[in-house]
Ligand binder design. Sequence first.
Ligand code: CP
Ligand code: NVA
Length: 300
Amino acid sequence: MNDLLKMLDLTPQQIIEILNLADQLKYEQKNGIPHPHLKGKTLAMIFQKSSTRTRVSFEVGMYQLGGHPLVLNANELQMGRGEPIRDTARVLSRYVDGIMIRTFAQQDVEDLAHYATVPVINGLTDFSHPCQVLADLMTIREYKGKFDGLKMCYIGDGNNMANSLIVGCLKVGMRVSVATPENYKPHPDVLAFAQNYDTFELTTSPQQAAQGADVVITDVWASMGQEKEQAERAKAFAGYQVNSEIMSLAKPDAIVQHCLPAHRGEEITDEVFEAHANEIFDEAENRLHAQKAVLVKLLK
Ligand code: CP
Ligand code: NVA
């Protein structure tokens, strides 16, 4: 494993190895056991979109591993004035030991990785959010003790989260049922991948997707960069809400995951969110541990 660009690139074994290391690093951190695997290493973090969790968890994670993070706002880099990504990649590679990037086009991350001589980590693109899904899988395993045969239901936009969850959950042996409106399906590459699994189902019915689910997941109706489509999307996604009716169709002990930020009253009700807040904030915390595992795997 040289980079973390998307869930499609990881083998099931690599996913499990990352999660196992994440569990160990979480244990060490909780028990005050130092783990300075990245002493003297630096990570450049490029942000072309807003972030709370990704920024803070990577920054704190590098610090806890004994390394040094640099937070770089793309607008303040020459990249923001048009310096090509392939040049940025080659320059940063001369200074730092790894690059994390949050941007729009997946191709930009792929190009960055192609030209960089240090590992590249995708901190979210329009296509993919692998760091988040590793944290989600870690949380699901913490709560359920296994993956095999569990049913993950995703309701909402066929966006970066849907794309990454479908691939990640299928790879670790979960059943996956996804409900999106007809015009907001997951990416064709992801659907092509999922077609190989008889444990995958795509529907327009949130009720059908939720039936017997062990894990219920949703995400915002309008992602970063889609703010102008907010009104049109609110119409298209009415009915694609995780609410108490949906939860009554899932298993009684189903957990809820949301990558956050959440828009209460849109994709999830306040009631369901607060009833499952423990699981959701454990998920947010696990960003830290899962990413530290990725950093150790790639940078050590
Ligand atoms: N879930 C997530 O990636 O959060 P941020 O946008 O705050 O980084
Ligand atoms: N789908 C959301 C995820 C935010 C973490 C977005 O891309 O804005």
